[in-house]
Design a protein around this ligand. Structure first.
Ligand code: BJW
Length: 245
């Protein structure tokens, strides 16, 4: 299987947890969607946070701590290299919150589900800010700006949880890219189970526009039949070969 990029082709890439697996980041459904016996939806949903912010913060503090020393792998680097070759005709949409694409040198990145190393206030409109703090168990951090104005307000991770809207500017950037690409659009999905929307529906958006679609995944995901070309295997091995030309 090949995916050659000529002087007119546009490439839209969607990545999921599988691309970071070879860097040592567990995939989302590695433990059957469970963390310490909690269903993922319990610790990654606004309802779960409202019910038990301490547990949700412990979940994310553990994940922040687990990123120490984690570096991008050959799959991340192959995508950064492809972007170097076609620059503005490349857009990388990632569901991952680990920041590894930027660490590999990718610049045109849409973080669909937010970023683990940012927090935001649950009350005020202060913009999300970088926050690498690994809060201790039992600590739910509070907003300093709200406190200065005399109210208590919890911080939360700047992550898109189940049932929450994807940031409007993220969807607008994807739509503008798809429009600009027209008939030259190619789509490559990597390391994603094809279960979570709207990401899982991007392949169908591209097909409706007549674009060709590729998939690289360790196993056959839920939406495998939507792809023209499928390579089953580890992204760190398959991507460098696929994007070499
Ligand atoms: C390898 C590999 C290697 C391993 N190489 N491969 C339409 C229909 C039905 C429902 C909906 C719909 N539209 C919206 C919804 C509701 C919901 C949804 O999709 N639910 C489904 C579960 C049914 N979507 C939403 O709520 C989204 N919001 C939204 O659409 O708003 C409008 C709306 C709201 C409500 C109702 C209707 C509309 C928001 C979704 C936010 C998802 N957030 C999460 C958690 C936060 C981040 C975090 O804490 O980490 O994001 S969920 C979780 O899943 C996480 C991931 O980004 C996401 C996707 O997972 P991913 O990346 O695919 O990982 P895995 O683990 O599932 O798969 C890894 C794959 O890699 C596997 O296939 C492996 O085989 C493979 N692999 N090693 C290559 N080395």
């Amino acid at each position: 299987m090949t995916l050659s990029l000529d002087s007119s082709s546009y490439l839209l890439v969607l990545t999921g947890a599988g691309i970071s697996a070879e860097s040592g980041v567990p995939t989302f459904r590695d433990a059957n969607g469970l963390w310490e016996g909690h269903a993922v939806e319990e610790v990654a949903s606004p309802e779960g946070f409202a019910r038990d912010p301490l547990t949700v913060w412990r979940f994310y503090a553990e994940r922040r701590a687990s990123m120490a020393g984690v570096v991008p792998n050959a799959g991340h680097r192959a995508l950064a290299d492809a972007e170097q070759r076609i620059s503005d005709r490349f857009l990388l949409v990632t569901q991952n919150i680990d920041g590894l694409h930027a660490a590999a040198g990718s610049q045109r990145v849409v973080e669909l589900h937010g970023n683990l190393m940012r927090s935001r206030c649950t009350v005020c409109d202060r913009p999300p800010f970088e926050d690498r703090t690994v809060y201790r168990p039992g600590v739910a951090p509070m907003c300093g700006r709200c406190r200065a104005e005399g109210r208590d307000a919890l911080l939360r991770p700047d992550i898109v949880w189940f049932g929450e809207l994807i940031p409007r500017d993220a969807m607008a950037r994807i739509a503008a890219f798809v429009d600009a690409a027209g008939a030259q659009l190619r789509f490559l999905a990597v390391g994603t189970s094809g279960l979570v929307y709207p990401a899982a529906g991007l392949v169908d958006v591209v097909r409706a526009r007549g674009g060709r679609t590729w998939l690289v995944n360790a196993e056959r995901p839920a939406n495998v039949d939507s792809f023209d070309e499928v390579a089953i295997g580890p992204a760190g091995t398959v991507l460098p070969a696929l994007l070499a030309g």
